[in-house]
Design a protein around this ligand. Structure first.
Ligand SMILES: [Zn+2]
Length: 243
């Protein structure tokens, strides 16, 4: 019988994702976008959608997101952070209640809380999966698009959770918006694979939960990267800074 590992190896062989490396130079017109690195998705025991035990992929994502945020802020480069945040009486179907405004679930993880006081950072609460849609205001403006225009950003580097859900939806929509010429001067969308993570709900667990879909972490992370690349994002596994 095939093990999970051989199935995953087979998947990677059938739908490979070639990853590049990225060198950021002092004159880069680059912005960092952090998607939902909040307690409700990342901190053990922090509600319905948080990991129930320490998770290596999520811990690494938090570490890399915080490292990049520090590097960007040290250079006074712009950082845009989405915080999934919901009103208690407005459910987000199909998910159980999570990240309710006013609770710790809807706050940045401890490793990123310092961002709240940084002038380089723009924090944006959103009540839907897709951060681009969540940035839309009632008057038709879009806070994310305005940020790109104001900071004259040509390249965004995207990190966060979940690779195949909030990160992917945002990346795919930004790429559509770029192709539709409504988000100048943005040219490139880069997904940093080690700065992304997704949740783990293996088949043997999901089958005992009514209505749950299996969501094996490594596979779905890979599929998310594959889909993002298919839509025109660049996927990188290394980011370095010059100097
Ligand atoms: Zn949500």
């Amino acid at each position: 019988m095939a093990t999970d590992e051989t199935i995953f190896d087979h998947l990677k062989k059938e739908i490979p994702v070639d990853e590049e490396s990225l060198l950021l130079k002092p004159d880069s017109s680059v912005g960092l976008v952090i998607v939902d690195v909040v307690n409700g998705f990342c901190t053990v025991g922090s509600g319905n959608m948080a990991p129930t035990k320490p998770n290596e992929q999520i811990s690494k994502m938090v570490e890399e997101s915080a490292r990049l945020a520090r590097e960007f802020c040290d250079r006074n480069w712009p950082v845009f952070a989405f915080l999934d945040s919901h009103l208690p009486d407005v459910p987000e179907i199909p998910y159980p209640p999570h990240c309710i405004i006013g609770t710790q679930e809807a706050e940045l993880v401890p490793a990123l809380q310092w961002l709240e006081k940084e002038s380089c950072a723009t924090l944006m609460r959103k009540d839907c999966i897709n951060g681009f849609v969540g940035s839309m205001e009632k008057d038709g403006s879009n806070k994310f698009v305005d940020w790109v225009k104001e900071k004259q950003i040509e390249v965004i580097v995207v990190v966060g959770i979940c690779t195949d859900i909030c990160v992917f939806d945002f990346v795919a929509t930004v790429l559509s918006a770029r192709n539709h010429s409504v988000i100048p001067p943005l040219e490139d969308v880069i997904v940093y694979s080690r700065g992304c993570a997704t949740y783990d709900l293996p088949l043997h667990v999901a089958k005992d939960i009514k209505g749950a879909q299996a969501h094996p972490q490594e596979m779905m992370h890979h599929v998310g990267l594959y889909m993002a690349k298919g839509r025109g994002a660049k996927v990188v596994s290394q980011i370095s800074f010059d100097p």
